[in-house]
Write a protein that binds this ligand. Structure first.
Ligand code: FE
Length: 331
């Protein structure tokens, strides 16, 4: 009997999974505590309840594939345009026609085919040891390949999508061969083995193991409260040419969603003035909406010129970036 009621329960869940409802389910690789407070406001205003399934981006995409038309996922939310691009390639998203999203999100921060949309901006730039150097010593990512920096550079592994996207942006600007020369120069300048994460690379700069690194600024922001890291300074790269490399966190509506209208409403809400301040501030990232507030603690870094190549290129050139890193032995 128990078994039978269990089976009935399963049947009900499965058969209800794709009925339109006043609930939305987000599959997200973002930490729930970063988005929950904002989404609670959405629920207050619309009465639409939001459920989360959080996990690793690759596993969530796999799950959406396996669940097929029965997937409860309405929205897939993740970080890095490289991953969003991959999700679109896997045919996970549906095309959305929303003037609100088009107006709020600059065109270079969303998919040209309107399948996914940037909701926050993440800048990846140079952080250096002010014990050893001053900002006059720096200019660009490419300059870090100069032999004058031999034994001074620390980098995170090329296996991280953030660095693949950075290399992809350079391939788009300079072509494969020139980018290869630059990355090969970086590898020759390494002070030590590559790091598994940005925070450890920053700590190595602070301890004097190296002189500079390239990181997403929110990792640096997390260290700002600790006086131990006062010897780290941020430098906005490439201000005299293409600008700082920016990537996004973002989302799209899942192809099999029966709640398309509400899912679009939620994305529109996340791109709105009210949500953008909070959404970007939660992880000390930058808003995509022009004019939205930047978190108090990172205001001091000032404004910066950003590279405005379309972030979908970071996805389409990802394979080239992986190949390039292998060619120059960037681990
Ligand atoms: Fe990160």
């Amino acid at each position: 009997m128990k078994k039978l009621s269990f089976l009935i329960a399963i049947f009900l869940i499965v058969s209800c999974a794709n009925e339109p409802s006043n609930e939305l389910t987000i599959y997200t690789s973002r930490q729930p505590q970063l988005i929950e407070p904002i989404i609670e406001k959405f629920t207050e205003q619309t009465g639409i309840k939001v459920n989360y399934l959080s996990g690793n981006a690759q596993e969530l995409m796999e799950r959406i594939d396996v669940e097929g038309i029965k997937s409860p996922a309405d929205i897939f939310m993740t970080v890095d345009a490289g991953v969003l691009w991959q999700a679109a390639e896997r045919d996970i998203f549906q095309t959305i026609d929303s003037d609100v999203l088009k107006n709020n999100i600059p065109s270079y921060l969303r998919d040209p085919n309107n399948q996914w949309f940037g909701l926050s901006k993440r800048a990846r730039t140079i952080v250096f040891s002010n014990d050893q150097f001053s900002e006059d010593d720096f200019s660009s990512y490419e300059d870090l390949a100069d032999p004058k920096w031999k034994g001074k550079l620390c980098l995170r592994t090329s296996k991280k999508v953030y660095n693949r996207s950075l290399m992809a942006s350079m391939i788009d600007t300079y072509g494969f061969e020139k980018t290869k020369d630059v990355v090969s120069g970086w590898v020759s300048n390494l002070a030590t083995d590559v790091f598994s994460n940005d925070t450890n690379a920053l700590k190595a700069v602070s301890s004097g193991q190296c002189g500079m690194t390239i990181v997403n600024t929110y990792y640096f922001a997390r260290l700002l409260d600790d006086p131990q890291y006062d010897n780290l300074s941020l430098f906005w790269a490439n201000q005299n040419d293409r600008g700082v490399h920016v990537n996004i966190s973002g989302a799209g509506v899942v192809k099999t969603s029966e709640n398309k209208k509400n899912a679009i409403l939620l994305l529109e809400y996340l791109s709105s003035d009210e949500a953008q301040d909070l959404y970007a501030s939660a992880n000390k990232e930058y808003p995509v909406l022009i004019g939205a507030k930047v978190h108090e603690s990172i205001k001091g870094w000032g404004e910066f010129k950003e590279d405005n190549i379309n972030v979908s290129k970071l996805g389409s050139l990802q394979k080239d970036a992986v190949f390039l890193a292998q060619e120059v032995n960037y681990k």
